[in-house]
Design a protein around this ligand. Sequence first.
Ligand SMILES: *Cc1c(COP(=O)(O)O)cnc(C)c1O
Length: 366
Amino acid sequence: MNQLNNLNFSGGPGALPESVLLKVQQSILEVPEVGLSVLGISHRSDWFAAVVAELEGNIRKLLGLPDNYHVLFLQGGATQQFSMIPMTLLRGKTTPADYLHTGYWSGKALAEAEREGPVRVIWSGESGGFKDLPGDDELAYSPDAPYLHYISNETVEGLQFHRVLGRDDVPRVCDMSSDFLSQPCTAERYSLIYAHAQKNIGPAGVTVVLVRDELLEDAPTDLPGFLDYRSHIKAHSIFNTPPVFAIYVVLLITRWLLDEIGGLTRMAEINRRKADLLYSQLDNSDGFYRGRAKTKDRSLMNVTFNLADTDTEKRFLAEAQAAGFSGLAGHRSTGGVRASLYNGLTLAAAEQLVGFMEDFRRKQTR
Ligand SMILES: *Cc1c(COP(=O)(O)O)cnc(C)c1O
């Protein structure tokens, strides 16, 4: 594989494994079982029904997901879920839903929920510049909230919850877009989990939604068909023309996770090793690299940091680019540097980046 693909630290769409890319490349010309390009196979074919069924089965197997959950493949990204969730669970309600405001993406989710019904922000990290996450003693959940919404991994700031939040008697709704299938997850503790594909599990264009059956019992009946989870459940994710290509790539990723990696416990070990490499480089740099997130809340997926000033950061990014690393510039809302270590990024790539950082620091501090 070319070096740029290998050293792609992009925050999203993110790097995908080489062995999967090779299969994708072949499928553009010909899916072996069908003899046609994946871009020209009908979503009404038996082949595609089998793709959806196998993918659903693989996700159930990877997560140990119980039978009372539906597995859906939707369009509109995580952003559409920011709206679909409150349309389904908050319209016409007088009791507010609980939301956490822990960074850039939860701010977007919150704004969309407020269009649909009452919302209570139970914790906000905004005044602190989103550098840490709340502890249990800072969270007073409402026992009568229609649901609790939070984001497991704040992709922009590099903050990740390393525990499950909420109360067992209030439905948990969680945006796992940037850490889905990166580690084992007690999915049965959530009523709804959503994650678009383009961070850890595929290309943009498809969003996975896992929803517990009883959550939809009292949903409004006058929603547009496309925005009603029940339409997609009834149609087995083929309510209209789905993103066949994106769904096929996600299937290949789940096969890779099961057959080549060996499951999510193994994937989590690899992801942990990559993050440990990066964080020990930050921690042992005598303040040359300054981690953005508080140590206890640092993300295993997005390592965010600053250098002494914006000039040094610019030089770091330019030299990194020249050395073959891509996607390291921080999000446009925060600046700085962000190294994203999604499933597809190899341990060897993380080692190479750490080597580069070590060299850069020595040159600057000599
Ligand atoms: C990238 C990201 C989003 C935005 O997703 P879209 O698919 O572009 O709508 C939402 N939430 C999280 C946690 C993200 O990382």
